[in-house]
Design a protein around this ligand. Structure first.
Ligand code: DON
Length: 585
């Protein structure tokens, strides 16, 4: 049996509001309860027994499913999914970007990660985003060539396939090449992203020609072809990812970066030197499971791991998702973790990082949560390490949440699992389009624009060859060495909150993957509690304010793609806020 769960069919009922049980006692912590249910009403998940793919676009998920149907594994399917995403969701990810991948090998039980983060050009200096000693405005830095880091995604496709793939490499690009040559239908989400970004897109002529032909933004339902992208994929299919990093395609990237409205520093040498790094997974234990993900240069697994470890002593399950006390604990654990993130987390190949998941340290941090109300203030802690803490960042790093980045979750028929978050950073990245038919990232703006704070160097400052700190948190959860969950989301630094919440929803509150993906969001990074607009999360505003939190109702645009494995069966979730689907067999 083949099933396709279209998220969009589930989109409307998921935030259905229910009235509370009027007979519930009205004393103690029961007073601090949302007046509506935070458990989304979704159709019961239909399990699959062999394989499953969940991704942000139906054509991309189908390309992966086609590979899995032909006996390809999760690594093979990912190559097909990513190459189609780069075409049909070009605002979010693609060949011109970077990604982090977590891999679970069913045969050996081994978990590992691939770091395909973009790197700063060799000519980059700590003052990259400063003019006359002042930090640049965010979008002044984003748009143009200056923000472009050396892309990692093409090398990742090849490395994942080399390590684990078993399908014919060239055929993995067939779907993407066919859609690029024959044309695909512009989705509503892409059309709206173009419409909202016309001003910035039109600053780069090649980009404007593609997305705003004759000055008119593409509309949903338009047929769009990308012969240049097809030709790039044909070259990679034939000769491998090396053709991207040397020769005509590489020269085209360098030319585009240098000719952009704000010329950048990327050179042919930078491209030729790019390499994917295999790194050990970073794991934290939560409710008897190992929650594993991407270590530095991503802050994803460390921050999610800190949040969960600090919540471990508290009975979040008994409190339930409508309890303001549960959200007080989650929100303040998150604030404490974000304080450590701001101070300590960066590319560990350049800066020393203390043991941020040390269990004694986190037990001590967790005791700070033993109170009735919100923490009045939050500071980074003093985790153990054997080197002097020289790298310091104080203050909040401003991380807007935009409609870009994508997450792919796949489990194959052998039981291998892949969790990959992939990005060009901002929506449409730097807005610079390479002649090869793909957008270039603006990942360098994930570095700190400032070099120092209070006279001390900032850990995440720009340095040549360094990888900017990320929040991407592709996650795989194992229990007793067996696969339990594959989770991840876009969302800038709110990714950490979305992923932590999806894990708590499943591990504490027993939600299925579709409910966890659809659940209204509550995210706290730096003190203000973000509550998702138009959802039951708004119903917690008064209680959270009474506890001492500032609240802010806003759009919270996650893109969770989840697969759960239990008793040999797979169930999936695709975030109804995006266009994704789950396909399983
Ligand atoms: O690596 C990061 O953390 C960011 N560049 C990811 C950007 C993102 O998720 C955009 N949001 N939807």
């Amino acid at each position: 049996m083949r099933l396709i769960l279209l998220c969009c069919l589930l989109a409307n009922p998921v935030f259905a509001q229910q009235s509370t049980d009027q007979s519930a006692p009205e004393s103690g912590s029961d007073e601090r309860r949302a007046a509506v249910s935070l458990v989304p009403q979704t159709d019961a998940a239909v399990p699959s027994e062999q394989w499953m793919v969940s991704a942000a676009n139906p054509l991309a998920a189908e390309a992966g499913a086609a590979v899995l149907r032909q006996g390809g594994n999760a690594a093979d399917a990912m190559v097909a999914v990513q190459s189609v995403l780069g075409l049909v969701e070009p605002q979010s990810s693609g060949l011109g970007g970077g990604a982090f991948l977590v891999w679970f090998d069913a045969a050996t039980g081994h978990l590992t990660t691939l770091d395909a983060r973009e790197t700063a050009p060799r000519a980059a200096r700590t003052t990259l985003f400063q003019t006359d000693g002042q930090t640049m405005g965010f979008f002044d830095a984003v748009v143009g060539g200056l923000s472009v880091g050396t892309p990692g995604t093409p090398a990742l496709l090849e490395e994942a396939h080399r390590l684990w793939g078993n399908h014919n490499w060239a055929q993995l690009f067939d779907s993407a090449i066919a859609h690029a040559e024959q044309g695909f239908e512009v989705s509503a989400r892409l059309a709206s992203a173009i419409d909202n970004d016309q001003e910035k897109l039109s600053t780069q002529p090649a980009t404007a020609d593609y997305f705003l032909p004759e000055g008119t933004p593409l509309s949903a339902g338009d047929t769009l072809k990308n012969p240049a992208y097809a030709s790039t994929l044909r070259a990679i299919a034939r000769d491998g990812a090396g053709v991207f990093y040397k020769g005509n395609i590489a020269q085209g990237i360098v030319n585009a970066v240098q000719a952009a409205s704000q010329p950048g520093l990327l050179t042919l040498d930078d491209l030729a030197a790019y390499h994917v790094i295999e790194r050990e997974a970073v794991c934290a234990n939560y409710r008897g499971a190992d929650v594993c993900g991407m270590g530095p240069p991503s802050s994803g697994a460390l921050t999610v791991g800190q949040i969960l470890s600090m919540l471990e002593p508290y009975n979040i399950a008994a409190m339930g998702p409508e309890s303001a006390d549960a959200w007080r604990l989650i929100g303040d654990a998150s604030r404490l973790a974000f304080a450590d993130r701001g101070l300590y987390m960066a590319d560990e190949d350049f800066v020393p990082i203390p043991d941020l998941l040390d269990i004694n340290y986190l037990d001590e941090r967790a005791t700070l949560l033993q109170r009735e109300d919100a923490l009045p203030s939050v500071e980074a802690g003093s985790p153990p390490w054997d080197q002097a803490a020289l790298e310091v960042e104080w203050g909040q790093s401003w991380s807007p949440s935009r409609a870009s980045t994508s997450h792919i979750s796949i489990v194959d028929a052998q039981g291998n699992a892949l969790s990959m978050t992939t990005t060009i950073e901002n929506g449409f990245g730097s807005r610079v389009m390479a002649p090869g038919g793909f957008l270039l990232n603006n990942e360098l703006t994930d570095f700190s624009f400032a070099t120092q704070a209070d006279g001390r160097p900032i850990a995440n400052r720009v340095e040549p060859g360094k990888r900017p700190r990320s929040s991407m948190a592709p996650t795989i959860v194992l229990r007793d060495g067996k696969l339990e969950l594959v989770v991840g989301s876009p969302g800038g630094s709110r990714i950490i909150g979305y992923v932590a919440q999806a894990l708590i929803a499943q591990l504490d509150w027993g939600m299925d993957p579709q409910q966890a993906a659809a659940m209204p969001h509550l995210v706290n990074r730096f003190g203000t509690y973000d509550l998702e607009q138009g959802t039951a999360a708004e119903g917690l505003a008064d209680e959270l304010q009474a506890l001492g939190f500032e609240t802010n109702v806003r759009d919270l645009n996650s893109g969770l793609h989840i697969i759960a494995h239990s008793n040999g069966r797979l169930t999936g979730g695709a975030d109804p806020r995006r266009e994704g689907v789950v396909i399983g067999k």
